[in-house]
Unconditional design. Sequence first.
Length: 208
Amino acid sequence: MAKEKQSLKSGEKILFGIVGVFIVMATIAYIAMEIYRLNRPEPLFVTKTHFVFTEEGKLGSRLFREGRCTACHRALRNGTNMGLSLDGVGSVRTLDWLVAFLENPEDTYGARTFDHGPRPKEAAYVARMSEKDRHAIAVFISQLKAEQGSSSAPMPPEGRSEFIDSMVGAWAPEHWKEKYTDIRDKQPPTSQQSGEPEKTQEPVREQQ
Ligand code: HEC
């Protein structure tokens, strides 16, 4: 029995029509956005993490990769996000803090840790690396700086944000407002501009 050529049902025509229009619109939007992006004088997303490495920092960078830290951490935008991203951590932690953490994670955090710490935790081996290697790695991490406004910098972008103000106004319970101060009312640490290590030991972001 020869099959006759079937024409599309009207429901199918509408469905394929919608999908077709969607694909055409998405393609036009993509091309338009790319043209806009390529013609901007400034990049769309400003890079707020930066780094200038000393010789020991460069050695630390190598040890960081060879020491399997990238299995859990991201630095210089490489690695994974299983642990914390360390880009910008140099603006939040001091070199001394980092040296102390790598050797003695739980005491330095003042809390139980997940992967660093005594055996059988997965990153227990870090504390058993040689002191020299750990120091070089700490120097490397301390040189991963972030500018104000970056997600890993101690201070949010300058100025007020209508969005944040309205969200805080609408959602933050009253007792939070008494307990916590608005981090944006603080003066940004001047040490950040000069590239000097922070004076505060505790990360400012915890007060948010
Ligand atoms: C198995 C996963 C894993 C590996 C491997 C690992 N880390 Fe971590 N790291 C973590 C986790 C998770 C944390 C958060 C603290 C915790 O709970 O252990 C952390 C925290 C840190 C911190 C503290 C960051 C901060 O500001 O609080 C530093 C610094 C750090 N790791 C460096 C390293 C270095 C250097 C190596 C390699 C020599 C390494 N880590 C290997 C998972 C890992």
